[in-house]
Design a protein. Structure first.
Length: 458
Protein backbone atom coordinates (compact mmCIF):
# COMPACT_ATOMS: atom_id res chain seq x y z
CA UNK A 1 0.00 0.00 0.00
CA UNK A 2 1.20 3.47 -0.84
CA UNK A 3 2.06 5.98 1.84
CA UNK A 4 -0.59 8.69 2.01
CA UNK A 5 -0.06 12.27 3.13
CA UNK A 6 -2.30 15.31 3.30
CA UNK A 7 -0.90 17.98 0.99
CA UNK A 8 -1.91 21.53 1.90
CA UNK A 9 -1.49 22.74 -1.69
CA UNK A 10 -3.85 20.16 -3.17
CA UNK A 11 -6.06 20.41 -0.09
CA UNK A 12 -6.47 16.63 0.24
CA UNK A 13 -4.85 13.39 1.20
CA UNK A 14 -2.83 11.98 -1.70
CA UNK A 15 -0.57 9.04 -2.45
CA UNK A 16 3.03 9.95 -1.81
CA UNK A 17 5.56 9.34 -4.52
CA UNK A 18 9.12 10.68 -4.23
CA UNK A 19 10.63 12.39 -7.23
CA UNK A 20 13.49 9.91 -7.22
CA UNK A 21 12.65 6.24 -6.59
CA UNK A 22 13.74 5.12 -3.14
CA UNK A 23 14.95 8.56 -1.97
CA UNK A 24 13.09 11.29 -0.14
CA UNK A 25 14.04 14.83 0.80
CA UNK A 26 12.26 16.69 3.59
CA UNK A 27 12.68 20.21 4.99
CA UNK A 28 11.17 21.41 8.26
CA UNK A 29 11.27 25.08 9.26
CA UNK A 30 13.14 25.10 12.54
CA UNK A 31 13.16 27.46 15.50
CA UNK A 32 14.29 31.05 15.77
CA UNK A 33 16.87 30.69 18.49
CA UNK A 34 16.38 33.55 20.95
CA UNK A 35 14.50 31.86 23.78
CA UNK A 36 13.07 28.57 25.03
CA UNK A 37 10.74 26.44 22.90
CA UNK A 38 7.21 25.98 24.24
CA UNK A 39 5.32 22.72 23.98
CA UNK A 40 3.42 24.07 20.93
CA UNK A 41 6.75 24.62 19.16
CA UNK A 42 7.62 21.02 19.98
CA UNK A 43 4.57 19.70 18.11
CA UNK A 44 6.07 20.07 14.59
CA UNK A 45 9.43 18.74 15.81
CA UNK A 46 7.84 15.59 17.29
CA UNK A 47 5.24 15.02 14.56
CA UNK A 48 7.75 15.32 11.72
CA UNK A 49 10.31 13.27 13.64
CA UNK A 50 7.69 10.52 13.59
CA UNK A 51 7.16 11.06 9.87
CA UNK A 52 10.94 10.81 9.33
CA UNK A 53 10.99 7.48 11.20
CA UNK A 54 8.08 6.19 9.11
CA UNK A 55 9.72 7.33 5.86
CA UNK A 56 13.03 5.71 6.79
CA UNK A 57 11.33 2.30 6.86
CA UNK A 58 10.75 2.58 3.12
CA UNK A 59 13.16 5.16 1.77
CA UNK A 60 16.58 6.65 2.08
CA UNK A 61 15.69 9.99 3.68
CA UNK A 62 17.55 13.26 3.88
CA UNK A 63 15.84 15.35 6.52
CA UNK A 64 16.86 18.98 7.09
CA UNK A 65 15.69 21.23 9.92
CA UNK A 66 17.21 24.68 10.04
CA UNK A 67 18.04 27.17 12.75
CA UNK A 68 17.00 30.76 12.15
CA UNK A 69 19.86 32.58 13.85
CA UNK A 70 19.45 36.01 12.28
CA UNK A 71 16.19 37.76 13.04
CA UNK A 72 14.99 41.01 14.53
CA UNK A 73 13.69 39.16 17.61
CA UNK A 74 17.21 37.89 18.26
CA UNK A 75 18.59 41.41 17.88
CA UNK A 76 16.03 42.67 20.38
CA UNK A 77 16.95 39.87 22.83
CA UNK A 78 20.62 40.84 22.52
CA UNK A 79 19.92 44.49 23.23
CA UNK A 80 17.70 43.61 26.17
CA UNK A 81 20.13 41.15 27.78
CA UNK A 82 23.34 42.93 26.83
CA UNK A 83 24.70 39.62 25.53
CA UNK A 84 26.29 39.20 22.11
CA UNK A 85 24.01 37.72 19.48
CA UNK A 86 26.20 34.68 18.89
CA UNK A 87 26.14 33.84 22.60
CA UNK A 88 22.33 33.90 22.58
CA UNK A 89 21.92 31.81 19.44
CA UNK A 90 24.58 29.24 20.43
CA UNK A 91 22.98 28.81 23.84
CA UNK A 92 19.44 28.38 22.53
CA UNK A 93 20.50 26.04 19.73
CA UNK A 94 21.95 23.71 22.37
CA UNK A 95 18.94 24.07 24.64
CA UNK A 96 16.60 23.31 21.73
CA UNK A 97 18.48 20.16 20.78
CA UNK A 98 18.62 18.96 24.38
CA UNK A 99 14.91 19.62 24.87
CA UNK A 100 13.95 17.85 21.64
CA UNK A 101 16.22 14.90 22.49
CA UNK A 102 14.29 14.53 25.76
CA UNK A 103 11.13 14.24 23.64
CA UNK A 104 12.71 11.45 21.61
CA UNK A 105 13.30 13.63 18.55
CA UNK A 106 16.20 12.14 16.60
CA UNK A 107 18.74 14.56 15.14
CA UNK A 108 17.90 15.46 11.53
CA UNK A 109 20.49 14.73 8.83
CA UNK A 110 21.47 18.40 8.63
CA UNK A 111 20.80 21.44 10.83
CA UNK A 112 21.93 24.41 8.76
CA UNK A 113 22.14 27.86 10.31
CA UNK A 114 20.97 30.87 8.33
CA UNK A 115 24.13 32.86 9.07
CA UNK A 116 26.24 30.19 7.32
CA UNK A 117 24.25 30.67 4.10
CA UNK A 118 24.35 34.42 3.49
CA UNK A 119 26.30 33.98 0.23
CA UNK A 120 23.62 31.58 -1.09
CA UNK A 121 20.88 34.04 -0.11
CA UNK A 122 22.63 36.92 -1.84
CA UNK A 123 23.10 34.79 -4.97
CA UNK A 124 19.42 33.81 -4.99
CA UNK A 125 18.33 37.43 -4.56
CA UNK A 126 20.60 38.44 -7.45
CA UNK A 127 18.98 35.75 -9.60
CA UNK A 128 15.52 36.99 -8.68
CA UNK A 129 16.47 40.57 -9.66
CA UNK A 130 17.97 39.33 -12.94
CA UNK A 131 14.84 37.40 -13.80
CA UNK A 132 12.59 40.37 -13.08
CA UNK A 133 11.04 39.02 -9.86
CA UNK A 134 12.68 41.42 -7.41
CA UNK A 135 13.75 45.04 -7.26
CA UNK A 136 16.05 47.21 -5.21
CA UNK A 137 14.62 50.25 -3.49
CA UNK A 138 16.19 52.43 -0.83
CA UNK A 139 18.76 49.84 0.32
CA UNK A 140 16.10 47.14 0.41
CA UNK A 141 15.41 44.36 -2.05
CA UNK A 142 11.77 43.39 -2.41
CA UNK A 143 10.07 40.48 -4.06
CA UNK A 144 7.71 41.68 -6.78
CA UNK A 145 4.60 39.66 -5.99
CA UNK A 146 2.77 40.79 -9.13
CA UNK A 147 5.51 39.13 -11.23
CA UNK A 148 4.37 35.73 -10.03
CA UNK A 149 0.84 34.79 -11.18
CA UNK A 150 0.96 31.62 -9.07
CA UNK A 151 1.28 33.65 -5.85
CA UNK A 152 -1.40 32.65 -3.33
CA UNK A 153 -1.85 29.13 -4.67
CA UNK A 154 -0.54 27.47 -1.51
CA UNK A 155 -2.49 29.48 1.03
CA UNK A 156 -5.50 29.91 -1.31
CA UNK A 157 -5.55 33.66 -1.00
CA UNK A 158 -5.95 36.19 -3.69
CA UNK A 159 -4.09 39.45 -3.70
CA UNK A 160 -7.13 41.62 -3.08
CA UNK A 161 -7.94 39.69 0.11
CA UNK A 162 -4.35 39.97 1.19
CA UNK A 163 -4.27 43.72 0.77
CA UNK A 164 -7.61 44.09 2.52
CA UNK A 165 -6.34 41.88 5.36
CA UNK A 166 -2.99 43.59 5.81
CA UNK A 167 -2.91 46.36 8.33
CA UNK A 168 0.75 47.08 7.82
CA UNK A 169 1.74 50.54 6.89
CA UNK A 170 3.00 50.54 3.35
CA UNK A 171 6.65 51.53 3.16
CA UNK A 172 7.14 54.28 0.57
CA UNK A 173 9.82 52.32 -1.31
CA UNK A 174 7.47 49.41 -2.11
CA UNK A 175 5.91 49.11 -5.57
CA UNK A 176 2.97 47.24 -4.10
CA UNK A 177 1.75 46.78 -0.54
CA UNK A 178 2.09 43.00 -0.67
CA UNK A 179 5.73 42.95 -1.84
CA UNK A 180 7.93 41.41 0.83
CA UNK A 181 11.51 41.94 1.91
CA UNK A 182 14.38 39.80 0.64
CA UNK A 183 17.16 42.02 1.96
CA UNK A 184 17.15 45.02 4.28
CA UNK A 185 19.81 47.50 5.37
CA UNK A 186 21.47 47.18 8.78
CA UNK A 187 22.58 50.01 11.03
CA UNK A 188 26.17 49.70 12.37
CA UNK A 189 25.06 48.15 15.68
CA UNK A 190 22.95 45.46 13.98
CA UNK A 191 24.33 42.29 12.39
CA UNK A 192 25.02 42.82 8.71
CA UNK A 193 26.84 41.46 5.71
CA UNK A 194 28.23 43.23 2.66
CA UNK A 195 26.11 42.79 -0.42
CA UNK A 196 25.56 44.43 -3.82
CA UNK A 197 22.89 46.53 -2.07
CA UNK A 198 25.09 47.69 0.79
CA UNK A 199 25.58 46.27 4.27
CA UNK A 200 22.42 44.50 5.34
CA UNK A 201 20.70 41.31 6.43
CA UNK A 202 18.30 38.85 4.83
CA UNK A 203 14.53 38.61 5.26
CA UNK A 204 13.25 35.49 7.03
CA UNK A 205 11.69 33.78 4.01
CA UNK A 206 14.78 33.85 1.77
CA UNK A 207 16.73 32.03 4.49
CA UNK A 208 14.69 28.84 4.10
CA UNK A 209 14.60 29.02 0.29
CA UNK A 210 18.41 29.27 0.15
CA UNK A 211 19.05 26.56 2.76
CA UNK A 212 16.56 24.13 1.21
CA UNK A 213 18.15 24.56 -2.25
CA UNK A 214 21.68 24.18 -0.88
CA UNK A 215 21.01 21.02 1.12
CA UNK A 216 18.20 19.32 -0.78
CA UNK A 217 18.17 20.70 -4.32
CA UNK A 218 15.73 22.88 -6.25
CA UNK A 219 12.73 20.59 -5.83
CA UNK A 220 12.20 18.91 -2.48
CA UNK A 221 9.73 16.15 -1.75
CA UNK A 222 8.23 17.29 1.54
CA UNK A 223 8.15 20.72 3.12
CA UNK A 224 6.74 20.80 6.63
CA UNK A 225 5.92 23.20 9.44
CA UNK A 226 3.18 24.51 11.67
CA UNK A 227 -0.10 25.73 10.20
CA UNK A 228 0.73 29.37 10.95
CA UNK A 229 3.62 29.15 8.49
CA UNK A 230 1.40 28.53 5.43
CA UNK A 231 0.99 32.26 5.00
CA UNK A 232 3.07 34.27 4.56
CA UNK A 233 6.23 32.22 5.24
CA UNK A 234 5.66 29.20 3.01
CA UNK A 235 3.78 31.10 0.32
CA UNK A 236 6.79 33.44 0.10
CA UNK A 237 9.35 30.63 0.19
CA UNK A 238 7.50 28.97 -2.68
CA UNK A 239 7.37 32.21 -4.69
CA UNK A 240 11.09 32.88 -4.25
CA UNK A 241 12.22 29.34 -5.02
CA UNK A 242 10.03 28.68 -8.05
CA UNK A 243 10.83 32.10 -9.55
CA UNK A 244 14.58 31.65 -8.95
CA UNK A 245 14.42 28.18 -10.52
CA UNK A 246 12.52 29.04 -13.70
CA UNK A 247 9.19 27.71 -12.47
CA UNK A 248 10.44 24.30 -11.34
CA UNK A 249 8.34 23.19 -8.36
CA UNK A 250 9.72 23.93 -4.91
CA UNK A 251 8.00 21.29 -2.77
CA UNK A 252 5.98 18.35 -4.04
CA UNK A 253 4.04 17.92 -0.78
CA UNK A 254 3.29 20.54 1.86
CA UNK A 255 2.53 19.26 5.35
CA UNK A 256 1.27 21.38 8.23
CA UNK A 257 0.51 20.51 11.82
CA UNK A 258 -2.45 21.99 13.68
CA UNK A 259 -2.13 24.26 16.68
CA UNK A 260 -1.59 23.28 20.23
CA UNK A 261 -3.81 25.37 22.48
CA UNK A 262 -4.48 25.84 26.16
CA UNK A 263 -8.04 26.61 27.25
CA UNK A 264 -8.73 26.65 23.51
CA UNK A 265 -6.41 29.56 22.89
CA UNK A 266 -3.37 29.03 20.65
CA UNK A 267 -0.20 28.69 22.69
CA UNK A 268 2.09 31.50 21.64
CA UNK A 269 4.86 33.63 22.98
CA UNK A 270 3.00 36.80 22.11
CA UNK A 271 -0.07 35.78 24.14
CA UNK A 272 2.18 34.67 26.99
CA UNK A 273 0.26 31.41 27.62
CA UNK A 274 3.25 29.18 27.17
CA UNK A 275 4.54 26.05 28.91
CA UNK A 276 8.22 25.66 28.15
CA UNK A 277 9.52 22.24 27.18
CA UNK A 278 12.57 22.98 29.32
CA UNK A 279 10.40 23.31 32.45
CA UNK A 280 8.07 20.43 31.61
CA UNK A 281 10.87 17.87 31.14
CA UNK A 282 12.15 18.66 34.63
CA UNK A 283 9.04 17.07 36.14
CA UNK A 284 7.38 14.95 33.43
CA UNK A 285 9.10 12.12 31.52
CA UNK A 286 9.88 13.17 27.96
CA UNK A 287 8.08 10.10 26.64
CA UNK A 288 4.86 11.20 28.33
CA UNK A 289 5.12 14.60 26.66
CA UNK A 290 5.90 12.96 23.31
CA UNK A 291 2.90 10.65 23.49
CA UNK A 292 0.69 13.54 24.64
CA UNK A 293 1.80 15.46 21.53
CA UNK A 294 1.05 12.44 19.35
CA UNK A 295 -2.26 11.61 21.02
CA UNK A 296 -4.29 13.71 18.57
CA UNK A 297 -3.96 13.46 14.81
CA UNK A 298 -1.29 15.98 13.78
CA UNK A 299 -3.62 18.11 11.65
CA UNK A 300 -6.22 18.40 14.40
CA UNK A 301 -6.05 20.98 17.14
CA UNK A 302 -4.66 19.67 20.42
CA UNK A 303 -5.80 21.27 23.64
CA UNK A 304 -3.12 20.81 26.29
CA UNK A 305 -4.15 20.26 29.90
CA UNK A 306 -3.17 18.16 32.92
CA UNK A 307 -5.56 15.53 31.61
CA UNK A 308 -3.67 15.35 28.27
CA UNK A 309 -0.51 14.57 30.23
CA UNK A 310 -2.17 12.18 32.73
CA UNK A 311 -3.82 10.23 29.96
CA UNK A 312 -0.50 9.84 28.09
CA UNK A 313 1.12 8.68 31.31
CA UNK A 314 -1.60 6.06 31.86
CA UNK A 315 -1.20 4.86 28.27
CA UNK A 316 2.53 4.41 28.77
CA UNK A 317 1.93 2.64 32.09
CA UNK A 318 -0.18 0.12 30.19
CA UNK A 319 2.51 -0.41 27.54
CA UNK A 320 5.33 -0.70 30.08
CA UNK A 321 3.14 -2.91 32.28
CA UNK A 322 2.79 -5.38 29.41
CA UNK A 323 6.53 -5.73 28.69
CA UNK A 324 7.61 -5.61 32.32
CA UNK A 325 9.57 -8.64 33.45
CA UNK A 326 10.14 -10.01 29.94
CA UNK A 327 13.74 -10.23 28.76
CA UNK A 328 14.11 -8.99 25.20
CA UNK A 329 17.62 -8.84 23.73
CA UNK A 330 18.74 -5.86 21.65
CA UNK A 331 18.97 -8.20 18.69
CA UNK A 332 15.43 -9.52 19.09
CA UNK A 333 14.18 -5.95 19.45
CA UNK A 334 15.95 -4.86 16.30
CA UNK A 335 14.84 -7.78 14.17
CA UNK A 336 11.20 -7.75 15.30
CA UNK A 337 8.54 -6.04 13.19
CA UNK A 338 5.90 -3.70 14.56
CA UNK A 339 2.32 -4.86 13.84
CA UNK A 340 1.44 -4.32 10.17
CA UNK A 341 -1.79 -2.54 11.16
CA UNK A 342 0.16 -0.05 13.29
CA UNK A 343 2.53 0.70 10.40
CA UNK A 344 -0.44 1.00 8.03
CA UNK A 345 -2.10 3.51 10.37
CA UNK A 346 1.04 5.66 10.45
CA UNK A 347 1.43 5.40 6.68
CA UNK A 348 -2.10 6.72 6.36
CA UNK A 349 -1.23 10.38 6.93
CA UNK A 350 0.25 9.64 10.36
CA UNK A 351 -2.92 8.39 12.01
CA UNK A 352 -1.45 8.26 15.50
CA UNK A 353 -4.74 7.62 17.38
CA UNK A 354 -5.29 4.50 15.25
CA UNK A 355 -1.65 3.47 15.63
CA UNK A 356 -1.97 3.71 19.42
CA UNK A 357 -5.12 1.58 19.35
CA UNK A 358 -3.11 -1.07 17.48
CA UNK A 359 -0.30 -0.71 20.03
CA UNK A 360 -2.77 -1.45 22.83
CA UNK A 361 -4.12 -4.40 20.86
CA UNK A 362 -0.61 -5.85 20.88
CA UNK A 363 -0.21 -5.14 24.61
CA UNK A 364 -3.49 -6.93 25.24
CA UNK A 365 -2.39 -9.97 23.24
CA UNK A 366 0.82 -10.01 25.26
CA UNK A 367 -1.04 -9.77 28.56
CA UNK A 368 -3.21 -12.70 27.56
CA UNK A 369 -0.42 -14.93 26.29
CA UNK A 370 1.05 -17.48 28.70
CA UNK A 371 3.62 -19.33 26.59
CA UNK A 372 7.05 -17.78 27.41
CA UNK A 373 8.28 -17.91 23.80
CA UNK A 374 5.12 -16.30 22.53
CA UNK A 375 5.37 -13.64 25.23
CA UNK A 376 8.99 -12.90 24.34
CA UNK A 377 8.07 -12.61 20.65
CA UNK A 378 5.17 -10.27 21.37
CA UNK A 379 7.30 -8.17 23.72
CA UNK A 380 9.95 -7.83 20.98
CA UNK A 381 7.21 -6.56 18.65
CA UNK A 382 6.10 -4.10 21.34
CA UNK A 383 9.64 -2.71 21.43
CA UNK A 384 9.81 -2.60 17.63
CA UNK A 385 6.58 -0.57 17.63
CA UNK A 386 8.10 1.61 20.36
CA UNK A 387 11.22 2.21 18.28
CA UNK A 388 9.09 3.29 15.34
CA UNK A 389 7.09 5.72 17.45
CA UNK A 390 9.91 6.88 19.72
CA UNK A 391 8.33 5.23 22.78
CA UNK A 392 9.36 2.46 25.23
CA UNK A 393 12.85 3.92 25.47
CA UNK A 394 13.17 3.26 29.20
CA UNK A 395 13.73 0.04 31.12
CA UNK A 396 10.27 -0.95 32.49
CA UNK A 397 11.53 -1.30 36.06
CA UNK A 398 13.02 2.17 35.89
CA UNK A 399 9.79 3.46 34.38
CA UNK A 400 7.70 2.23 37.28
CA UNK A 401 10.29 3.19 39.86
CA UNK A 402 10.13 6.75 38.57
CA UNK A 403 6.36 7.07 38.32
CA UNK A 404 4.40 7.78 41.42
CA UNK A 405 0.99 7.80 39.77
CA UNK A 406 -0.74 5.78 37.12
CA UNK A 407 -0.88 2.58 39.15
CA UNK A 408 -4.27 1.30 40.19
CA UNK A 409 -4.90 1.97 43.87
CA UNK A 410 -5.81 -0.91 46.20
CA UNK A 411 -9.40 0.36 46.29
CA UNK A 412 -9.60 0.40 42.51
CA UNK A 413 -8.24 -3.15 42.34
CA UNK A 414 -10.73 -4.36 44.96
CA UNK A 415 -13.56 -2.72 43.02
CA UNK A 416 -12.48 -4.46 39.80
CA UNK A 417 -12.27 -7.82 41.58
CA UNK A 418 -15.83 -7.38 42.86
CA UNK A 419 -17.00 -6.50 39.33
CA UNK A 420 -15.26 -9.60 37.99
CA UNK A 421 -16.92 -11.83 40.60
CA UNK A 422 -20.27 -10.34 39.61
CA UNK A 423 -19.59 -10.92 35.93
CA UNK A 424 -18.69 -14.56 36.64
CA UNK A 425 -21.85 -15.03 38.69
CA UNK A 426 -23.81 -13.69 35.72
CA UNK A 427 -21.92 -16.12 33.45
CA UNK A 428 -20.49 -13.13 31.53
CA UNK A 429 -17.08 -14.77 31.17
CA UNK A 430 -15.96 -12.42 28.45
CA UNK A 431 -16.31 -9.47 30.78
CA UNK A 432 -14.69 -11.37 33.62
CA UNK A 433 -11.70 -12.13 31.39
CA UNK A 434 -11.53 -8.52 30.24
CA UNK A 435 -11.31 -7.36 33.85
CA UNK A 436 -8.57 -9.88 34.55
CA UNK A 437 -6.72 -8.57 31.47
CA UNK A 438 -7.21 -4.98 32.59
CA UNK A 439 -5.71 -5.83 35.97
CA UNK A 440 -2.85 -7.65 34.25
CA UNK A 441 -2.33 -4.58 32.05
CA UNK A 442 -1.90 -2.56 35.21
CA UNK A 443 0.61 -5.10 36.54
CA UNK A 444 -1.81 -6.79 38.96
CA UNK A 445 -1.95 -10.57 39.14
CA UNK A 446 -5.00 -12.23 40.69
CA UNK A 447 -5.44 -15.71 42.09
CA UNK A 448 -8.73 -17.45 42.69
CA UNK A 449 -9.14 -19.93 45.52
CA UNK A 450 -12.01 -21.39 47.51
CA UNK A 451 -11.64 -18.51 49.95
CA UNK A 452 -12.03 -15.87 47.28
CA UNK A 453 -9.68 -13.87 45.11
CA UNK A 454 -6.35 -12.49 46.19
CA UNK A 455 -4.11 -10.14 44.27
CA UNK A 456 -0.52 -8.99 44.14
CA UNK A 457 1.39 -6.52 42.09
CA UNK A 458 3.91 -7.98 39.64
P1 LIG B 1 8.32 29.89 15.87
O1 LIG B 1 9.55 29.78 16.75
O2 LIG B 1 7.23 30.74 16.42
O3 LIG B 1 8.69 30.24 14.43
O4 LIG B 1 7.67 28.43 15.79
C1 LIG B 1 8.41 27.27 15.49
C2 LIG B 1 7.47 26.23 14.97
O5 LIG B 1 6.44 25.95 15.91
C3 LIG B 1 6.74 26.62 13.68
O6 LIG B 1 6.67 25.47 12.83
C4 LIG B 1 5.36 27.01 14.15
O7 LIG B 1 4.41 26.83 13.16
C5 LIG B 1 5.16 26.05 15.30
N1 LIG B 1 4.19 26.50 16.30
C6 LIG B 1 4.21 27.69 16.97
N2 LIG B 1 3.18 27.76 17.85
C7 LIG B 1 2.51 26.58 17.74
C8 LIG B 1 1.35 26.04 18.40
N3 LIG B 1 0.70 26.70 19.36
N4 LIG B 1 0.94 24.81 18.04
C9 LIG B 1 1.59 24.10 17.10
N5 LIG B 1 2.67 24.56 16.44
C10 LIG B 1 3.14 25.79 16.75
ZN1 LIG C 1 10.98 28.23 6.61
Amino acid sequence: MALKLHDTKQGRKVEFEPQEAGRVTMYLCGPTVYNYAHIGNARPAVVFDLLARVLRRRYELKFVRNFTDVDDKINAASIESGKPISEITEHFKNVYNEDMAALGVLPPDAEPCATDHIAEMVAMIETLIEKGHAYEADGHVLFDVDSNPDYGSLSKRNLREMIAGSRVEVAPYKKAAHDFVLWKPSTPELPGWDSPWGRGRPGWHIECSAMAAKHLGETIDIHAGGQDLVFPHHENEMAQSTCAHDGRPFARYWLHNGFLSMDHEKMSKSLGNVLLVHDLIARIPGEVLRLALLSAHYRQPLDWSDETVDSARRMLDRLYGAVRGIEVSEEARRSAEPPAALVAALEDDLNTPKAMAEFFGLAKALNKASDPDERAGLAARMYAAGDLMGLLRTDPEEWFAGSDTGELSADEIDALIVQRAEAKAAKDFERADAIRAELADAGVRIEDSRDGTTWRRD
